[in-house]
Design a protein around this ligand. Sequence first.
Ligand SMILES: NC(=O)C1=CN([C@@H]2O[C@H](COP(=O)(O)OP(=O)(O)OC[C@H]3O[C@@H](n4cnc5c(N)ncnc54)[C@H](O)[C@@H]3O)[C@@H](O)[C@H]2O)[C@H](O)CC1
Length: 495
Amino acid sequence: MENFCDSILTCKESAEFEADFFKGDVEKELFAMRQASKKIAEIVLGEFGRILEASPKILVLSGSGHNGGDALGAALEILNRLPSSKIDVFFTDKNRLKPNTQKICGELFSFKNSVFEVSEISGEYDLVLEGLAGMSLKPPLRKGLERAIVSANALSAKLKVSVDLPAGMSDEPCGAVFKSDLCVMAGIAKAPLFNPENRGIAGRLRYADLGFLPNLKTKKSIVSERVLKPLLKLRNVCSDKRSYGHLFVFAGSRNYAGAALMNVKAAIRSGVGLVSAFVPENLAPSFAAAEPAAIWIPCPTTEDGSLSLETFSLFRERAGKETAVLAGSGLSGNPETLALVSEVLRHTEAKVVLDADAISKSVIASAKENRTLITPHHGEFLRVARSVDDGGLSDFSKSRKIAILLKSELSRIADGSNFAFNISGSPILSRAGSGDILAGIAGGLLARADLDFTPFESGCAAAFIAGKIAEKACLKYGENAYSSSCAFDFFREIF
Ligand SMILES: NC(=O)C1=CN([C@@H]2O[C@H](COP(=O)(O)OP(=O)(O)OC[C@H]3O[C@@H](n4cnc5c(N)ncnc54)[C@H](O)[C@@H]3O)[C@@H](O)[C@H]2O)[C@H](O)CC1
């Protein structure tokens, strides 16, 4: 199994690793700093250029460490790409800049008509790049830094970006913390960003992989874009649809019809060879018109319009062909429908994804060990588990031997041996339909015989892909004027 995750280290571990890796080699450090600066600028302009002006007014907040150098370097990169930018720079201690920070600072200030030093943090900016302090911050905060953080938090700006981690955030609480909209972790993903008490402070998290951190097996990790590698391979020329697996979907009901269609469309676009969807009989014709590539199986329903237990015989006629089963999206909590899902689980040898209503104690009791992924949001998870904290997630996955993709603004994937955060995506996903698409991707990937993903891997890949689709969709639609059904246009841009 390829490792699809990158390590998370504490600030202390990161500082120790970097000290050992760079061994004070200033040229090597400068190279890393330029790479970090470039990646930060690329993320800022690539993803958020849409909300900045063509001539942005930028404030750089620089400490004397390398964090400051990265922020100054990012401003320099932005200036090179948007030459009419106006840049103000505030230093906490200009006389003590580290040599590389000093060097980048000199390069930035050589643009005399565009770059100015300011002695206080005030005014209005399009973009704030905060590099006041990073992983080497030692509590308690000195007064100057604390004042700078407080003033920066009071500033009005379209986008506040913290470099590596927000100033004031560290392994231990230090007091004031810079509040950002975006945080670009440089070289190493830092643990404080993932502590529950810090969630939300740093805004959207992104990772600038500088390629110097080897794969260290850490307790917690972030999903890496390497997860896409198997999906970017050319398909085998001597293959047919069966080579890519067959997903059986049990989804939709009278009140939640669209969920089934979302599941199926997402699964098909995840590359699975065949999808058979068991849906309420009255919905099948319109679904077939909307997605003719799927096999729509009209199924008998209960009085309230959800799949009835009689559907089981339709499954039995086809059983054995499925390489994965996806059940639950829009299915309703009707006990008869849940009994159907339990019965299907008892009679399939395939891997399983359970979503939404199918995340119930009775259904999970029928799931086979090490073959199941559940995709709950917090409320759904609390129906079957005691706690949504990291420990609760690990304990549940370990004791039940199932993988969990717990959806939230920072989704977590665990399977008892592995624990990963997914950082792709944005609040554009906080709308109806996102979960159905996510479950469809997870089901589609899990069914793909050619990939042979574990439930944990398919959870990681699905969360990462759904997030990346959201990032691409934002560029076209912004975060508001968007519908989940537009997501299908963006699969091709990801893999
Ligand atoms: N190691 C490298 O060569 C590279 C690292 N990169 C990234 O740079 C930052 C870390 O840089 P570092 O210089 O180690 O630390 P900081 O920028 O966090 O500097 C700390 C900063 O804060 C001041 N400070 C410390 N404690 C306090 C306090 N209690 N109150 C006030 N101020 C405090 C200290 O004086 C410094 O000014 C990290 O992101 C790395 O990944 C580059 O990307 C590449 C090269």
